[in-house]
Design a protein around this ligand. Structure first.
Ligand SMILES: [Fe+2]
Length: 231
C-alpha cells in the first residue's frame, strides 16, 4: 500500500491510499493534483471517503466521482470496520470527539487521523463530548509508536508554538520543529507522545503549567478538560 499526502486550501491535508491499480481518496480536496496523480500512475479511483463530515474535508467528493467510484461516508466506514483496497485492509477506527462521526484510517505503519489528532494538539471538541475525545485518543495511542501520524491540517508551527508556551523546557519540541517539512507533514505516535501535552498529561511540566494558570489538574479528566480549555 502506498500513502500519498495532498495539500489543499490554506492548510488542509488529504490522502490517496493505493495499490498497483486501485486507489482510495481520503479527504480528497486537492482535486487537480489528486486527479493528475491517479492518471499518471494508472490508478482507478474506486472509493472516496472522509475522516468526518466537515465541509473542508468533503469538498472534493463530487468532483472526484466517476462512474466507477463509490462514496463511503464516515458512518458507513465505521460500521464496516475496514475498507479493502486491492485486497489490502485499511482499518477504520471510530474516534468520536471532534465530531461524532470522526473516524481515523489505519494501514500498517500509517494513521490518517483527520481532525482527531494533530501534531502538538488534539482536535477541537465540536461534539462537546470531551470524554469521548479522550477515549478516542487513548485508542489511537495503543497503535505502535513508529506509526506515522498523518493529520488533517498543517497546524504544525502554530501548535508547536502553543506547546512551547506550556512546556518551555521540552527539548523534543525543538527536534519536532526541525523535522517539520511543509511538503510532507508528518509525525509519529511515539514522537507525539513526547511533544503533545495531551499525550503526556502525567508529566510534571504539564502539571506545573496548569498549576500556574490555576486550572483543575487533580484527575486525568480534569487535566484533559483544562488543556482543552487552553486551546
Ligand atoms: Fe473538522
Amino acid at each position: 500500500m502506498v500513502v500519498r499526502q495532498f495539500r489543499y486550501g490554506n492548510d488542509n491535508l488529504g490522502y490517496v491510499v493505493h495499490g498497483k491499480t486501485e486507489a482510495l481518496a481520503i479527504d480528497g480536496g486537492a482535486i487537480g493534483p489528486v486527479t493528475r496523480y491517479l492518471e499518471e500512475n494508472g490508478l482507478a479511483l474506486t472509493m472516496i471517503t472522509n475522516t468526518h463530515s466537515h465541509s473542508d474535508h468533503t469538498v472534493g467528493n463530487d468532483a472526484l466521482m466517476t462512474r466507477d467510484t463509490r462514496l463511503i461516508t464516515p458512518e458507513e466506514a465505521a460500521g464496516a470496520g475496514e475498507i479493502i483496497v486491492e485486497g489490502h485492509s485499511i482499518r477504520v477506527i471510530p474516534t468520536p470527539g471532534h465530531t461524532l462521526d470522526s473516524v481515523c484510517f489505519h494501514t500498517p505503519g500509517f494513521l490518517m487521523a483527520g481532525d482527531t489528532l494533530f501534531i502538538g494538539k488534539v482536535g477541537r471538541c465540536f461534539s462537546g463530548r470531551t470524554d469521548l475525545l479522550l477515549r478516542s485518543i487513548r485508542t489511537l495511542m495503543t497503535l505502535p509508536g513508529d506509526t506515522v501520524l498523518y493529520p488533517g491540517h498543517d497546524y504544525v508551527e502554530e501548535y508547536l508554538g502553543w506547546c512551547r508556551t506550556l512546556e518551555p523546557k521540552n527539548r523534543h519540541l525543538d527536534q519536532a520543529m526541525r523535522l517539520y517539512d511543509r511538503s510532507d507533514v508528518r509525525s509519529t505516535l511515539g514522537r507525539e507522545k513526547l511533544v503533545n501535552p495531551f499525550l503526556h498529561m502525567d508529566n510534571d511540566d504539564v502539571e506545573e503549567a496548569l498549576k500556574r494558570r490555576g486550572l483543575p489538574r487533580e484527575s486525568i479528566g480534569e487535566r484533559w478538560n483544562s488543556l482543552l480549555g487552553l486551546m
